[in-house]
Design a protein around this ligand. Structure first.
Ligand SMILES: Nc1ncnc2c1ncn2[C@@H]1O[C@H](COP(=O)(O)OP(=O)(O)O)[C@@H](O)[C@H]1O
Ligand SMILES: NC(=O)c1ccc[n+]([C@@H]2O[C@H](COP(=O)(O)O)[C@@H](O)[C@H]2O)c1
Ligand SMILES: [Mg+2]
Length: 232
């Protein structure tokens, strides 16, 4: 069985922190980070606002990311070995791929491959503060957060919700430990449900089930933006 789990959501929501913890806890688990697929800096467009457009999908080589996901799908064992992940023989027919990134659910070919999609949210003030403590390879110029990062976050999130992409929202204000426990338990439940529901026919991955409320691999439908706790 193959399970692709997305850890998406707002910048500084805690995606990488949570993913690192899950990676350590789950057997036969690999990870692909979306920000490893940034295009070279000289290919990042400058917008009419004067800012380099780091927070748009076009700044990422999503075709390359998809190819990497396909490589895992075609042979998780080979992928794990190539990435230095030990395969545990006793759990060898279950493989998990964590996808981590801030625009995971805005690239259609990737959206549909997920078995489970998590989406971390934090309020504006917290996000702005956490962001101010971060050191990116290219430091944020003054005004980038309010002029580009936060508006793009809402633009893509609203598109995701309008497109009916089903996600499980996570409150990034909870402690690291609480988030880890919550998501680990949920993934373990998904694994149990998927193994019970798995068909004998070849299945590319345990699929997300849009109508699958009550099924382990389904998602909650995205709630409208206005009901989210971090609405500005
Ligand atoms: N649950 C949490 N509560 C408080 N701070 C957190 C939490 N998770 C992560 N952080 C901190 O927030 C910052 C961003 O975390 P990170 O995991 O890199 O987020 P992301 O990958 O979503 O940008 C880091 O300084 C990290 O230590
Ligand atoms: N990885 C890089 O090369 C790079 C460069 C400039 C900005 N960023 C920022 O990274 C953010 C996405 O990563 P996080 O979700 O981990 O914050 C985006 O908001 C983007 O502005 C990344
Ligand atoms: Mg990160």
């Amino acid at each position: 069985m193959k399970l692709i789990v997305g850890i998406g959501g707002v910048t500084n929501g805690g995606k990488t922190t949570l993913t690192d913890s899950l990676l350590r806890a789950l057997a036969n688990c690999c990870v692909i980070h979306q920000d490893d697929f940034y295009k070279p800096q000289d290919q990042i467009a400058v917008g009419e606002d004067g800012f380099k457009q780091w927070d748009v999908l076009e700044s990422l080589d999503m075709a390359a990311m998809l190819d990497t996901v396909q490589a895992w799908l075609s042979s998780p064992q080979k992928f794990a070995r190539a990435h230095g992940v030990g395969v545990q023989p006793e759990a060898s027919d279950t493989h998990i791929l964590l996808l981590e990134g801030f625009l995971l659910y805005s690239y259609k070919p990737l959206v549909d491959l997920h078995s489970r999609r998590y989406f971390l949210t934090i309020p504006y003030e917290e996000c702005k503060w956490r962001r101010s403590t971060r050191n990116y390879t290219v430091p944020d110029p003054p005004g980038l957060f309010d002029g580009h990062v936060w508006p793009m976050y809402w633009k893509y999130r609203q598109e995701m919700e309008a497109n009916g992409v089903e996600v499980v929202y996570l409150d990034g204000m909870k402690s690291r430990e609480e988030l880890f426990r919550e998501v680990l338990e949920d993934i373990q439940n998904s694994l149990l449900n998927c193994s019970q529901e798995e068909l004998p026919a070849p299945a590319p991955a345990c699929p997300a089930r849009p109508q699958g409320r009550g099924h382990g691999c389904g998602h909650r439908t995205a709630r409208p933006a206005a009901s989210q706790p971090d609405t500005v």
